[in-house]
Every structure is written in C-alpha cells, then in structure tokens.
Design a protein around this ligand. Structure first.
Ligand code: GDP
Length: 137
C-alpha cells in the first residue's frame, strides 16, 4: 500500500465537481485517509508550490489556487502515486487521455481541476503541509 496527496482545485470545487471527483477516485480503488476543505492564503499557496517559484506561471498559479476553497486529500492504494497520475491525465487537458479527470473536466493547462503528487518525497512533504497526525485515519 502507498499513500499519495491530492487536491481538488478551486475551479473544480466552484463548479460543483467535488463529489464526482471523490466518487471517481473511490471507484479507482483509492481509500480516503484524510480530507478537508480549506481556502489558502497567497503565502500558503506559494509555500505549497515553492518548487515552481522560478517558473513563469508561478504568480498566476498561486493566485488561481487562492481564488476559492480547495479539497486536499490523502489517498491510499497500491501504486497510489503513479495510479493517481494516470487517473488525473496530462497537465494540459488538450494532451490528456480520454476518460481521465482532466480530460473530462479541465479547461486549461492551469485550471486543470486536480493535483497529484509526482514522487514519494513530494507526497510526504505535501501530506504534512496540509494534515497533522490527528487528521489522518
Ligand atoms: P502537474 O504535476 O501535472 O500538476 O504539473 P506541474 O507540476 O508541471 O505544474 C503544477 C501546476 O502548475 C499544474 O497542475 C498547473 O495548474 C500549473 N501549470 C503547469 N504548467 C503550466 C503552464 O505552462 N502555464 C500555466 N499557466 N500553468 C501551468
């Protein structure tokens, strides 16, 4: 069993997609071990995406992530990190495989509905950024 970290991004929460995305993840075999709704400050979004601070889209991305509530989650299943990336689809929905969450719901490379950790070290950092031990089941 492996754990990964995911966020239902502000675009998806605002569009009423939270329930659909959670249901899809459970259908794909992920067990939800932590979940809540939060509204990030700019400083909190900048801390979360610190690895991207030199990228040209950093300011726009962090502003987007603060525009409304988000739903961070910790998910567990076999090969959780790579399986979540498969279910999410490519960063740019134009390049995402049919049936993936981003292909179904995302409107652009930035407003792409869902985040998923890309490696064990980032998953560990991201889980601890949002959840303490009492919040993880
Ligand atoms: P991910 O692992 O598929 O989420 O992609 P990255 O780690 O490369 O990028 C993090 C997030 O930044 C993405 O999910 C998008 O929301 C955003 N992003 C990535 N590339 C671009 C880009 O070229 N332009 C803009 N505006 N946003 C981007």
């Amino acid at each position: 069993m492996e754990r990964t970290f995911s966020i239902i991004k502000p675009d998806a929460v605002a569009n009423g997609l939270t329930g659909k995305i959670v249901a899809r993840l459970q259908e794909e075999g992920f067990r939800i071990v932590a979940l809540k709704m939060v509204h990030l400050t700019l400083a909190e979004a900048e801390g979360f995406y610190a690895v991207h601070r030199e990228r040209p889209f950093f300011a726009s991305l962090t502003k987007f992530m603060t525009e409304g509530p988000i739903v961070p989650m910790i998910l567990e299943r076999e090969d959780a990190i790579s399986r979540l990336r498969d279910v999410m689809g490519a960063t740019n929905p134009a390049n995402a495989t049919v049936g993936t969450i981003r292909k179904m719901y995302a409107e652009s490379i930035e407003r792409n509905v869902i985040h998923g950790s890309d490696a064990p070290e980032t998953a560990k950092f991201e889980m601890s950024y949002f959840f303490n031990a009492f919040e993880v089941m």
